[in-house]
Design a protein around this ligand. Structure first.
Ligand SMILES: [Zn+2]
Length: 270
């Protein structure tokens, strides 16, 4: 089955991973800007990273017939440095007209600090001013519930934000309902060991019906598995979910959400 991975960090992945993903049916992916394995010291470090996300990775992906899209920001982990964050936010518009850019992300909170919240609100303002969709990172483990509520409150406090153009990632059983009830899209991030497993993700699909719900692999610097979405497809089949519901979660929903970005263009496989 053709599928789309809406949240995967290919800068931390090898060319072999691209080949494997293509063999397993991946036809498109989106890569939010995030931590690159080390803290960057200057705005130029981010400018180079954004060139990697808008030039290098789309070219690598295209060699395997995969369309690569991206989101730009300074991530919450490095947002503790407010003055560097402001320099990066001021520089982002240089890249907003690149053909594979879908919007601003993954912005959010990491340790739920005041500085992170300041930088989050300034990113949201940038997104609104430039008519961009938004991709959200919610904190992991013990900070998740409170951090998710803080993020949703900040978004709902800004009446200019359209929840239908915001994807909130890393949802779990205790956060998914509020995200969907407030009109946002929700993304489940699958991990091989900790956090959300394919089995738990299928439970959440059954609980919610799959409307405005996406699944991704993260494929980041921590222990993660770039082929987690095919694992989820397998698990959904094992549990007897219909092919149309499976396709909705791993293909139709990502396309519907991405299409809200003004630059999004996709050619389905013939
Ligand atoms: Zn991420």
């Amino acid at each position: 089955m053709d599928y789309i991975d809406p949240h995967i960090h290919m800068v931390s992945r090898t060319t072999d991973d691209y080949a494997t993903l293509a063999r397993m049916g991946c036809v498109a992916m989106s890569e939010p800007a995030f931590w690159a394995g080390y803290d960057r010291g200057s705005v130029d470090g981010f400018r180079d990273y954004f060139r990697q996300l808008t030039e290098t990775e789309p070219a690598r992906a295209a060699q395997y017939g995969i369309q690569h899209f991206t989101w730009l920001c300074i991530n919450a982990k490095e947002a503790e440095n407010v003055s560097l964050s402001r320099d990066v936010i001021a520089m982002i518009p240089e890249f907003l007209d690149c053909p594979n850019v879908l919007g601003i992300g993954e912005i959010g909170l990491n340790k739920n600090t005041k500085n992170e919240a300041t930088v989050f609100v300034e990113h949201v303002d940038l997104a609104v001013k430039y008519d961009q969709s938004i991709l959200i990172h919610t904190p992991h483990l013990e900070d998740k519930y409170q951090g998710t509520r803080m993020i949703l409150d900040m978004l709902c406090d800004d009446s200019r934000v359209d929840p239908d153009r915001v994807l909130v990632d890393h949802v779990e059983e205790h956060t998914i309902k509020e995200v969907l009830d407030r009109g946002f899209w929700a993304g489940m991030t699958l991990y091989p060991v900790t956090k959300c497993t394919p089995q738990r993700a299928v439970d959440m699909i059954e609980m919610t019906g799959g409307e405005r719900l996406l699944a991704n692999s993260a494929g980041d610097w921590g222990p993660s598995k770039p082929t987690a979405v095919p694992d989820l497809i397998f698990e959904m089949r094992q549990r007897g979910l219909s092919e149309s519901l499976i396709k909705k979660v791993v293909y139709d929903n990502p396309l519907e959400f991405f299409a809200k970005s003004k630059r999004f263009e996709f050619s389905p496989r013939q």
